[in-house]
Design a binder for this molecule. Structure first.
Ligand SMILES: C[S@@+](CC[C@H](N)C(=O)[O-])C[C@H]1O[C@@H](n2cnc3c(N)ncnc32)[C@H](O)[C@@H]1O
Length: 249
């Protein structure tokens, strides 16, 4: 069954209604979210996150925003890669609480002082113009589709000239057979893994739909260029099921 929250303009309720749904969904999913990520990605997600940070190039050692940080895995990866300051930003209070707990773990060698957590919405960032060296984001763009162009403009606004961004996202494989396999994984396997990991299955129908109806990597690249970002390229993983777009301002 198609939910009214798929990433299709004609089925779109207004932004606020959709955002309330999304925020509540991630507040609810927070406790089992990491487990779900590891299982559904066949334990590959940490490698994709490392690659996302790597695509910031020398900017990775500056001030980095993890936009829609969730439970903070990209923020952690940024710290491990030598960022001097990391802003972990998300709309979900529960996700941010989990992110905070992870950054104070002993394995993080007291890096908590370099991280600032903030709650808010990605389309209105509380950062000054041209103040950040890098922006990263993981698996979030589908969830802010209702104001995607505003979010991308904000990324452009807060980056310093020459600053870099890298965005990790699920995507539909180009190849029709792989796409069918991917859809099967998303619609049948993912809700089952989701139920085992979080005790819930209905949110995973939403996640499947937002993925199957999201922009293709080429279309997303066009939107990034439209926001003023430059040198935009993307690479795919997991047979086209994952893409990382990166570029500069
Ligand atoms: C699929 S999770 C991704 C979390 C994390 N970035 C990761 O890589 O695992 C999507 C995140 O987007 C956040 N989110 C949804 N709408 C948002 C908005 N308008 N502004 C900021 N964060 C938002 C959710 O709360 C959730 O934490």
């Amino acid at each position: 069954m198609k939910s009214p929250f798929a990433n299709l303009q004609h089925t779109h309720p207004d932004g606020e209604e959709r955002q309330a749904y999304v925020t509540n969904l991630f507040d609810t999913l927070a406790p089992g979210y990491d487990r779900f990520n590891r299982w559904v990605s066949f334990f590959q997600d940490e490698a994709w996150r490392r690659q996302t940070i790597k695509l910031l190039g020398d900017r990775a050692s500056g001030s980095i925003l993890d936009l829609a940080t969730g439970t903070g895995d990209l923020a952690r990866s940024a710290l491990v890669n030598g960022a001097t300051r990391v802003y972990a930003f998300d709309i979900s209070h529960q996700m941010l609480l989990h992110a905070q707990n992870k950054v104070i773990e002993p394995t993080m060698n007291g890096q908590i002082g370099k991280v600032q957590f903030a709650q808010g919405s990605a389309h209105l960032l509380p950062f000054c113009d041209q103040s950040l060296d890098g922006v990263v984001s993981g698996f979030a763009m589908r969830n802010v589709f209702h104001f995607l162009d505003d979010v991308l403009s904000e990324i452009h606004r807060v980056l310093k000239p020459g600053g870099r961004f890298a965005i990790l996202e699920l995507s539909r494989p180009r190849n029709a057979v792989l796409r069918l396999f991917f859809k099967l994984h998303m619609s049948k396997v993912m809700p089952t893994i989701g139920r085992l990991a979080t005790g819930k299955s209905s949110p995973f129908h939403y996640l499947c739909e937002t993925t199957m109806t999201f922009l293709s990597p080429d279309e997303f690249r066009e939107r990034l260029l439209k926001a003023g970002l430059r040198d935009v390229h993307w690479q795919s993983y997991l047979l086209g099921g994952i893409s990382i777009h990166a570029g500069t301002k």
